[in-house]
Design a protein around this ligand. Structure first.
Ligand SMILES: CC(=O)SCCNC(=O)CCNC(=O)[C@H](O)C(C)(C)COP(=O)(O)OP(=O)(O)OC[C@H]1O[C@@H](n2cnc3c(N)ncnc32)[C@H](O)[C@@H]1OP(=O)(O)O
Ligand SMILES: O=CC(=O)O
Ligand SMILES: [Mg+2]
Length: 349
């Protein structure tokens, strides 16, 4: 482990100084597109204003035969797009793949000015982040970048989950984590074949009615991902970085997608991946606090004065802690309103 005294020193001569804080910019959806696909690339100018984060995906979902084309597509989009307020990220191939080194090299040297964050899949431990950290510093120095790129890791192996706290704390570049339920399910030998979301067989059943086990008992489907998301949120909170839910593969089931995203929002995630244009508005709706919750938060904060003590409001006790909960909602609303005039109006800012 690096000495705390050296934690914020650049890892290569000429590399930009590491950040002391991870900037929070609206990140309700990380919109994935395969940059090898010319038709999808042509949609980028229309999609950019609709999303908080656009991500050029080089990893899973891009066929092995298209990896070079995807890398070239990333560079083309980086060099020819006006991103405005939208963040631009890429997901490179995994560290053990034949493509990762060339992906990282092209991303920094040819797309580094446009990129905010590099997503690293299948991160297993802090050693993976240390490797990328040093390599990025060398490449940034070579490219003459003035701002350090940030790293986002996907939590998608059992070992990654076991090491999640050390991963989050491994580098000042760590920006956040996403849950990768598909690879994680495979790696853990879970028996769901779905990309995220629930499973009808993962359930709790009501007790027998009048002792009759054959009685018509209600079943309650449970959330397969609760433990991992909650653990990820705590690890990110400890390190001052941002947690995200990942993919929801049942594109047609917009209702269950919204439920999964909302569970993640309530547990503390700041956003989720959108794989299809249909999922962009779902994420926007879910990860923006409702105008009602903002109005309630504002009332509590105003009624609490300096934020200390205990009061009754609408029959409920409010105190220092609930005031802080309301401040979380208000500060998110403020950040989103600064970017989105419709939300600013709905929130009354
Ligand atoms: C487990 C993981 O790693 S998840 C991450 C990896 N996977 C991905 O990134 C998948 C990204 N998404 C996609 O590639 C596509 O959405 C697919 C393959 C799932 C479905 O694509 P299609 O069959 O074309 O879907 P569909 O016909 O409903 O698309 C409707 C329109 O939206 C466009 N579209 C679909 N997905 C996207 C996208 N992600 N970004 C931009 N446009 C898109 C289509 O090109 C189509 O455009 P058109 O109306 O001009 O023809
Ligand atoms: O990469 C994402 C996943 O779910 O796997
Ligand atoms: Mg994956």
């Amino acid at each position: 482990m690096r000495s705390p005294k050296d934690f914020f020193k650049p890892l290569a001569v000429g590399a930009p100084a590491p950040r002391h804080e991870i900037p929070f910019r609206p990140s309700r959806m990380i919109h994935f597109f395969p940059p090898s696909n010319e038709k999808m690339r042509s949609k980028v100018p229309d999609i950019v204003p609709q999303v908080d984060v656009l991500l050029a995906n080089l990893e899973d979902g891009v066929p092995a035969t298209d990896k070079e084309a995807a890398r070239a597509g990333l560079v083309e989009v980086a060099q020819n797009t006006d991103f405005g307020e939208t963040q631009f990220w890429t997901r490179v191939n995994s560290l053990d793949s034949p493509w990762c080194l060339d992906d990282l090299t092209a991303a920094v040297l040819e797309a580094g000015e446009a990129l905010d964050v590099i997503m690293i899949p299948k991160v297993e431990g802090p050693e993976d982040i240390h490797y990328v950290d040093r390599l990025l510093a060398q490449l940034e120095a070579k490219a003459g970048l003035s701002e350090p790129l940030m790293i986002h890791a996907i939590l998608e192996t059992a070992r990654g989950v076991a090491n999640v706290e050390e991963i989050c704390l491994a580098s000042p570049r760590m920006q956040g984590l996403s849950l990768g339920p598909a690879d994680l399910a495979a790696n853990r030998r879970m028996k769901t074949t779905r990309v995220g979301g629930g499973h009808p067989d993962y359930l709790v059943r009501q007790d027998p009615i009048d002792g009759d086990i054959e009685s018509d008992r209600t079943i309650y489907q449970q959330d397969l991902w609760h433990y991992t998301i909650a653990r990820m949120v705590d690890a990110c909170g400890t390190a001052g970085i941002l947690p995200f839910y990942g993919p929801f593969g049942d594109i047609a089931d917009v209702v269950a997608c919204e439920d999964q995203f909302r569970n993640a929002y309530l547990l503390g995630c700041v956003g989720a991946w959108s794989l299809h244009p249909k999922q962009i508005d779902i994420a926007k709706r879910v990860f923006s606090p409702s105008p009602e919750s903002v109005a309630h938060a504002r009332r509590v904060v105003e009624a609490m004065g300096d934020g200390t003590g205990a009061i009754m409001l609408d029959g409920k006790m409010e105190d220092d802690a609930s005031c802080k909960q309301c401040q979380v909602v208000l500060s998110l609303a403020k950040e989103l309103a600064d970017r989105d005039p419709e939300l600013a109006e709905a929130y009354g800012f």
